[in-house]
Write a protein that binds this ligand. Structure first.
Ligand code: SAH
Ligand code: SF4
Length: 357
C-alpha cells in the first residue's frame, strides 16, 4: 500500500484515519504545521510505537528544493522538484521591510506574500505568458499546493503567529484545478493546519466564468483577481484564447455575482504590453467597463523574457494609464516588478533552469 502524504489531508480526514485518542491528529498536525517538524521520529510527545505506525502509513512532504534565488529587493524564488521529476516554482515576495523605532526596537515585522502555483504548465495558452509556452503537464495535487506554503514557512523560520498573504499567481490556472485548489485552501485556512485567514488569500484567474460562479457559491471568503488585460473581445481573444469560451461580458457578469466579503473589492489585473493596450483610449474603455463594479485595478508591467514578442510599456505610458484610472476614482496601483533580477515572473526560473543558466 503506498503511503499517504499528510499535506493531502484535511484535519478531519487525518482524524478519521488515526487510531487512539482523538487528540492524536491535532498533535501530529501541530508538529507539522506549527513546529515545522515533518519527521515522525522527532514528534516527542507521541508514544514510540505510535510514531513507527505513523511512519509506515504516512509521509509529510513531496517537494524537493532544486534551486533558490534571492533578489536584490528581498524576493526569493524557489524551484521545486516533484516526485515524477516535473518542476514547479513558488515566489516569496517581500512587500514591506521590518520597521524599527529610534531605539532600534522592532515596531513592525516585514510583510510577505507567497505566490504559489496550481499546475505544472497551463492549458489556457496566453500569448504573453512563459508558463503557457511549455504547454500543460499536469495538475498539482492538494499536498503539492499546501506544501509550497509550509515549505517556505519552514525555510524562512516563520513562527506560528506570522501572518502571510497567499496569491495563486504562480504557474497554472487555479480554476482549471479547482477541486484541488479548494481543498488546499481548506487546509491552508484550517486552525489546526496553516491557519491563514481566507481574506489573506487571493485566487487569480484568466476568467473561467462558470468556475467563478461555482467559487462564489462555496463562500470561502477568499479574494478574487481577474486577469483582464484587454478591453475589447478582439484583442483579448488574441492575447488570451480563453476569451473565445468566456468573453469579457461573461467574465464581468460572473464577477458581479461573486459575493466574497462584501466590504472587499474585486481586483482586476491589467497587463500593460508596450504599444498594444497601454494607450489612454484603452484606459477610457476600461473605466467604462468597470463602472458600477466595486473594483480596484492593478496594472502589471510586462516582464520580458528571451524571444518574447511583447515589450515592456514605458514608465510614462504606465503612469498616464494609472492617472486616468485614478481620475475616474478607481483605486489603481502599478505592481512593482519585484524580483526582476531573478526573473520572478511566472515560469521564468523554470525556463532558465531548463536552458542550464
Ligand atoms: N493563471 C492565472 C494565475 C497565474 S498568472 C491568471 O492568469 O490569472 C498570474 C499573473 O501573471 C496573470 O495576471 C498573468 O497575466 C501575469 N503574467 C503572465 N506572464 C507575465 C509576464 N511575462 N509579465 C508580467 N505578468 C505576467
Ligand atoms: Fe495560464 Fe495565467 Fe499564464 Fe494565461 S497567464 S497561460 S492563464 S498561467
Amino acid at each position: 500500500m503506498s503511503k499517504i502524504n499528510i499535506y493531502d489531508l484535511e484535519p478531519k480526514e487525518l482524524t478519521g484515519m488515526l487510531s487512539g485518542p482523538s487528540f492524536r491528529a491535532t498533535q501530529v498536525l501541530n508538529w507539522i504545521y506549527k513546529k515545522n517538524i515533518t519527521d515522525f521520529k522527532e514528534m516527542s510527545n507521541l508514544p514510540k510505537d505510535y510514531r513507527e505506525a505513523l511512519e509506515e502509513r504516512f509521509f509529510a512532504g513531496a517537494l524537493t528544493l532544486l534551486r533558490k534565488e534571492v533578489s536584490l529587493d528581498g524576493s526569493e524564488k524557489y524551484l521545486f522538484g516533484l516526485p515524477d521529476g516535473k518542476t514547479v516554482e513558488t515566489v516569496l515576495l517581500k512587500m514591506k521591510e521590518d520597521e524599527y523605532d529610534d531605539d532600534g526596537k522592532k515596531t513592525r515585522e516585514a510583510r510577505y506574500t507567497v505566490c504559489i502555483s496550481s499546475q505544472v504548465g497551463c492549458k489556457v495558452g496566453c500569448a504573453f505568458c512563459l508558463t503557457a509556452k511549455g504547454g500543460f503537464e499536469r495538475n498539482l495535487t492538494v499536498g503539492e499546493i499546501v506544501e509550497q506554503v509550509a515549505f517556505i514557512k519552514k525555510d524562512k523560520e516563520f513562527g506560528e503567529e506570522k501572518s502571510i498573504n497567499i496569491v495563486f499567481m504562480g504557474m497554472g490556472e487555479p480554476l482549471d484545478n479547482m477541486e484541488n485548489v479548494v481543498k488546499a485552501i481548506k487546509i491552508i485556512t484550517h486552525k489546526d493546519a496553516l491557519c491563514i485567514a481566507p481574506r489573506r488569500i487571493t485566487i487569480s484567474t484568466s476568467g473561467l466564468a462558470t468556475k467563478i460562479e461555482k467559487l462564489a457559491n462555496l463562500n470561502l471568503g477568499v479574494n478574487l483577481a481577474i486577469s483582464l488585460h484587454a478591453v475589447d473581445d478582439v484583442l483579448r481573444e488574441k492575447l488570451m484564447p480563453i476569451n473565445r469560451a468566456y468573453n469579457i461580458k461573461s467574465v464581468i457578469d460572473a464577477v458581479r455575482g461573486f459575493k466574497a466579503d462584501k466590504r472587499k473589492k474585486v481586483l482586476f489585473e491589467y497587463l500593460l504590453l508596450g504599444g498594444v493596450n497601454d494607450d489612454i483610449a484603452s484606459a477610457k474603455k476600461l473605466a467604462k467597463l468597470l463602472s458600477g463594479l466595486d473594483a480596484k485595478v492593478n496594472l502589471i508591467l510586462f516582464n520580458p523574457y528571451e524571444d518574447s514578442e511583447f515589450k515592456r510599456p514605458t514608465t510614462e505610458a504606465a503612469e498616464a494609464f494609472r492617472g486616468y484610472m485614478a481620475s475616474k476614482k478607481f483605486i489603481c496601483t502599478i505592481r512593482e516588478s519585484k524580483g526582476i533580477d531573478i526573473s520572478a515572473a511566472c515560469g521564468q526560473l523554470k525556463q532558465r533552469d531548463k536552458d542550464g543558466r
